[in-house]
Design a protein around this ligand. Structure first.
Ligand SMILES: Nc1ncnc2c1ncn2[C@@H]1O[C@H](COP(=O)(O)OP(=O)(O)OP(=O)(O)O)[C@@H](O)[C@H]1O
Ligand SMILES: [Mg+2]
Length: 232
């Protein structure tokens, strides 16, 4: 129900964007209405972005999964992120393997990582801080992991691990309890969709997620993905 609502709404937005582009193109340069129409277009873009996030959260939209290299995916996403990242934030990629294969929807995985990176940068704010993105293959055990979510088909054992760590250490207990709820935000301009989308993507990939946060220590979002069967 929510999925078909988001799909229909997204189709309508695409029609509005089409008419918006035509209207903008028909205005003479310097026309007074130009600025207003551009703003309307930006709002449409934000609304379309919310629709895509809702579809991701619901596990709808493009879910095709293929074999892809997590290390390369992290490199691409962190390069894109660095383009808009403030100078006070240093992004460090930490991987001991050039190639870690996962079976995933690359677009969704990039979205997951981007959401975590954006949150980490927002947590750091204007202070100086580091974001570390770590990838490895490790032995993971559900009992030790304290998951927010652990897929019922994910077995203990060798798995792919992706961590996003920030040095802001600004996650308090109340936020930690609620932050995966849809529309929960502590930011004035936030929409509270970033982490629900992350959770939706982890679910769709039969993975697991945990959060480690303690005053004075770095905040770590840890994601586990199953190792593809042929690498076991
Ligand atoms: N790394 C972090 N450190 C501290 N707090 C965090 C961190 N990541 C998330 N949070 C908290 O969790 C809340 C929910 O995060 P979420 O990404 O879902 O929404 P948002 O960032 O507020 O809005 P948006 O939809 O634009 O992502 C944030 O508002 C913030 O309070
Ligand atoms: Mg966010």
């Amino acid at each position: 129900m929510a999925g078909s609502f988001a799909h229909n709404f997204n189709n309508l937005l695409q029609a509005i964007t089409g008419y918006h582009d035509l209207a903008l193109g028909s205005l003479p340069p310097g026309a007074e209405a130009r600025g207003l129409i551009v703003q309307a277009g930006n709002s449409c873009q934000r609304a379309a972005d919310i629709c895509m996030k809702l579809l991701s959260y619901l596990g709808k939209g493009n879910q095709d999964r293929k074999s892809c290299n997590l290390t390369g995916l992290v490199q691409n996403t962190s390069s894109r992120f660095k383009e808009s990242c403030p100078e006070n934030v240093t992004v460090i990629q930490n991987s001991d393997q050039e190639s870690i294969l996962i079976t995933a929807n690359a677009e969704r995985m990039e979205q997951l990582l981007m959401n975590l990176l954006q949150n980490a940068a927002e947590a750091i704010g204007d202070a100086r801080g580091n974001i570390i993105i770590a990838t490895r293959i490790d032995h993971c055990v559900q009992e030790e992991f304290k998951p927010v979510f652990w897929d019922e088909n994910l077995a203990d054992g060798q798995s792919v691990v992706l961590e996003v760590i920030d040095t802001a250490s600004s996650l308090d207990d109340t936020t930690q309890e609620k932050m995966f709820d849809q529309f929960y935000t502590t930011h004035f301009e936030g929409r509270g969709l970033g982490l629900p989308v992350v959770l939706g993507i982890v679910r769709a990939h039969n993975g697991a997620i945990s959060v480690e946060a303690e005053k004075g220590k770095p905040t770590t979002f840890k994601i586990i993905l199953p190792l593809p069967a042929n690498t076991l």
